[in-house]
Design a protein around this ligand. Structure first.
Ligand SMILES: NC(=O)c1ccc[n+]([C@@H]2O[C@H](COP(=O)([O-])OP(=O)(O)OC[C@H]3O[C@@H](n4cnc5c(N)ncnc54)[C@H](OP(=O)(O)O)[C@@H]3O)[C@@H](O)[C@H]2O)c1
Length: 337
C-alpha cells in the first residue's frame, strides 16, 4: 500500500480536452483519522463523461469542482484504518472518492459499503452493477419503456451505459439499433451483445445507414450523444415515441455548443415524450436495480465489458479516452494498491 497520498488537484478549467495544465499532481502525507472517521485506500476509479462537465465554469447538477480542489470522481476502495464501527477495516466501499490514493469517510461524509455477497470484480461494481448500469436500467426501462417489436436506437452504444441499455431493450423484445464509432465496435454490438443492427457514425454514409437500420422509424431514442446524431434520430421518431435524454457527450469538450436540432418539430408532430434524467435521483432505488441486474448478469442475459487502464498517473489521459472513443464498455483506472 502506498505510504503517501497522491492527489490530482484542479489547476485550471480546460477549454477543450484536459491537458498538462489542467491538474497539479501533488503528494501529501496520508491523512490521520479522528474519532468517528475511517481511512479508505482507493484502488479503482470510474472514468465518466460527467467528470468533464464537473470542471467547466457552469454548475450542472453539482457545483463545479473548485480550483485547488481534488478532482471529483466515483471510485472504489478498502477501509484500511477505522475509528467508526460503521466502516470496519476490510470493508469495500464505493462512492465519490476523488482522484487520490486515500480518502476519509465518516457518518456525515459516507461511502456506500459494497455488500460481501456482491460477487463481481471491482470494474463491474463500478460499471454494470454501479452508477452506469443503473443509468441504463432506470433510463431504459422507466423512461424509454421499450415494448415488444418496437425499434430502439441507442447512441454511444458500445460504451458503458449504451451497451447495457441496448441489451435491456433486447430483453424486452425490441429491435435494437446501436450507433457507435467504427466497424469494430459495430461488429461487437451485433456479434457479442445481440444488437439487431448498427450505424457507424464515423462512416460518410451514416445517415443512410440510420435510415436502412430503422425502416419503420424509431420508437425509443436512448440519447447519449446529442448534436448531429440526435438531430438525425429525432427526425425519424414515430408517433408516441419516447426519448430518454441521458447525455450529450458530443458537446462536453466544446466551448461553442452546436445549434439546436432542426428536427425538433418532429417531436411535436409525433407527440413524442422527452425526459431528461439524472441517475442520482434514483439513488434510493439502487438496491432494487442492482439486485435485478446481478441476476441478469448471472444468467448471462446481460454481458458486461470493461476497458482497464493501469496506473494513478494515467487518470487525466483516461478521461480523454472517452472523448476519442478509446473505450469499449466501462472505462476504469486501476490504482496500484
Ligand atoms: N443522466 C445521467 O445520470 C447519466 C449517468 C451516466 C452517464 N450519462 C451519460 O451517458 C453517456 C454515456 O456515458 P458512459 O459513461 O457510458 O460513457 P461511454 O459511452 O462508456 O464513453 C463515451 C463514448 O461516447 C462516444 N463518443 C465520444 N465523443 C463522441 C462524439 N463527439 N460523438 C459521438 N460519440 C462520441 C465514444 O464512443 P464511440 O467510439 O462510439 O465514438 C465513447 O466511447 C454520456 O453522455 C454521459 O454523460 C448520463
Amino acid at each position: 500500500m502506498t505510504t503517501e497520498n497522491r492527489r490530482f488537484l484542479l489547476a485550471e478549467r480546460p477549454s477543450g480536452p484536459v491537458d498538462d495544465n489542467t491538474y497539479d499532481l501533488v503528494t501529501e502525507p496520508v491523512p490521520e483519522i479522528k474519532d468517528g472517521e475511517a481511512l479508505v485506500n482507493v484502488t479503482w476509479i470510474s472514468i465518466d463523461p460527467t467528470n468533464r462537465t464537473w470542471i467547466g465554469e457552469e454548475p450542472t447538477y453539482l457545483p463545479p469542482v473548485a480550483i485547488g480542489e481534488v478532482m471529483r470522481a466515483l471510485g472504489l476502495g478498502e477501509v484500511v484504518e477505522s475509528k467508526n464501527e460503521n466502516f470496519p477495516v476490510g470493508s469495500v466501499v464505493q462512492g465519490l472518492t476523488g482522484w487520490q490514493d486515500y480518502t476519509v469517510v465518516s457518518d456525515s461524509n459516507p461511502l456506500m459499503i459494497v455488500p460481501p455477497e456482491v460477487d463481481a470484480p471491482p470494474s463491474a461494481v463500478l460499471g454494470t452493477l454501479g452508477m452506469t448500469g443503473m443509468t441504463a436500467y432506470f433510463g431504459m426501462l422507466e423512461i424509454g419503456e421499450p415494448k415488444e417489436g418496437e425499434t430502439v436506437v441507442v447512441s454511444a452504444a458500445a460504451g458503458a451505459v449504451g451497451s447495457v441499455a441496448g441489451q435491456l431493450a433486447k430483453l424486452k423484445g425490441a429491435r435494437v439499433v446501436g450507433i457507435a464509432g467504427g466497424p469494430e465496435k459495430c461488429s461487437w454490438l451485433v456479434d457479442e451483445l445481440g444488437f439487431d443492427a448498427t450505424v457507424d457514425y464515423k462512416a460518410d454514409d451514416w445517415r443512410d445507414q440510420l435510415k436502412e437500420a430503422t425502416p419503420n422509424g424509431i420508437d425509443v431514442d436512448f440519447e447519449n450523444v446529442g448534436g448531429e446524431i440526435m438531430e438525425a434520430v429525432f427526425g425519424r421518431m414515430n408517433k408516441d415515441g419516447r426519448v430518454a435524454l441521458c447525455g450529450l457527450i458530443s458537446g462536453y469538450n466544446e466551448k461553442e455548443l452546436p445549434p439546436g436540432p432542426r428536427t425538433f418539430g418532429n417531436l411535436l408532430i409525433q407527440r413524442v415524450k422527452l425526459q431528461g434524467f439524472i441517475i442520482l435521483d434514483y439513488y434510493a432505488r439502487f438496491g432494487e436495480g442492482i439486485k435485478q441486474m446481478s441476476q441478469w448478469v448471472g444468467e448471462g442475459k446481460i454481458k458486461s465489458e470493461q476497458t482497464v487502464v493501469e496506473g494513478f498517473e494515467e487518470l487525466p489521459n483516461a478521461l480523454n479516452m472517452l472523448f476519442a472513443g478509446k473505450n469499449t464498455g466501462k472505462l476504469v483506472v486501476h490504482i496500484e494498491p
